[in-house]
Ligand binder design. Sequence first.
Ligand SMILES: C[S@@+](CC[C@H](N)C(=O)[O-])C[C@H]1O[C@@H](n2cnc3c(N)ncnc32)[C@H](O)[C@@H]1O
Length: 447
Amino acid sequence: MTDKVNAREIVLDMLIETIEGDKFSHRVLNHTLKRYQHLDKQERAFLSRIFTGTVKRYLTLDYIINQFASLKVLKMKPLIRNLLRLSVYQFLYMDSIPESAICNEAVKLAKKRGFTKLSGFVNGILRNIARNKMNIAYPDPSKDSIAYLQVTYSVPEWIVEQLLGQYGFEVTEILLASSQKEKETTIRCNQSKITPGELKDILLNEGVTVIDNEILDYAFQIKDYDYIDKLKAFHLGYFTVQDISSMLVCQVAGLKKEDYVIDVCAAPGGKALHAAEKSGKVSARDLTEYKIGLIEQNIIRLDLHNVETKIWDATVLDDANIGQADVVIADLPCSGLGVLGKKPDIKYKLTQNQQKELIDLQRKILSIAKDYVKPGGILIYSTCTLNKEENIENRDWFLKQYEFEPESLNPYLPNNLHYETTAQGYLQLVQGVHPTDGFFLSRMRRR
Ligand SMILES: C[S@@+](CC[C@H](N)C(=O)[O-])C[C@H]1O[C@@H](n2cnc3c(N)ncnc32)[C@H](O)[C@@H]1O
């Protein structure tokens, strides 16, 4: 299958760019899939699977390779260690490929890339792992739960410790396991153009498998398509790719047709453009021209005429808008632990210091964003993380500082999402526990 273009070689270069470099894996993957559009669907699926799987699990793979290699993974040449990673990934997680083929391909690639002398080293380690893959020793959860979770789910120690401290062992294991699984794509129907029923029919006609969503009737899970940009319904602006958790922001905002909405951190525009479907006018802001460009691309595709964009730093007060908004959306930069499945780089690149800085930034932005809310208006604070300091603790801090009160989310949520906390104005979604990404949302009304 991979003789014409060597998919493994492409993956090898992608891994070096991502794991050894500073590129984000979803960007590298998108770029590669665009570049190799001419490859057939199966080949591109093969390439995507090895790449994303290896990135998601590379700490686990390193742990295994270290058991069988005379040299520690981090001491190896970057090309060699990434070649080993992607090969061991195939041994352990892709049953359909014969082990001998994986070893032979790796040896050929090592030679092709100028490491003929190390091809024997690569071959030796891989054949050793292939022979012993049923006898790999993993940490025992009853003896060392941190090491067990770290190695099994390829997560740095400090993140495991934080999650264990905040959620306990059982939930932490569920959410980490869920982050490793492949997920179907969730889409939101652009109801300003088409009804959910019509969208479903169009997608079915395009050969896509469409599954109704159990939480929102204007959302679907889709699969069996090749490439989202190739779908006609996408080009026509009939839908947006968005997780259910993100859709819930505009859901709990309870938007009305005459509302003026300000989204202070809006790019690429998922929530702002959802708000535009449900309200009168939206001001969508973000920090840079590039980010505003992303929102504008989406405005054009979705053909929405009630959104204005503005390059604006949310930590700076915009005097022109004080007390004007019926609803302010503050979907703020965060540590992203709720989307580890989609953006696995977060777990490797995020530091504890960055996370602390984010808490300060969130407080700073909230204390500015509140000034745009009309008396009696609504502030929605949300993040896509699990860290309670960034979520409920920030909300509680905000309510202590300012003249806002929490409001129940229950009138806006389906019964299967009603909890004690939703009555108190917030919801912490946890991937694996809920059929969504991990996400925090809260609703507050200005007195
Ligand atoms: C979680 S994302 C927003 C996602 C967006 N709400 C959506 O639904 O598509 C956070 C955004 O905050 C922006 N951001 C970070 N710092 C900012 C600042 N000081 N002022 C304005 N935007 C900022 C980032 O550029 C990023 O686009």
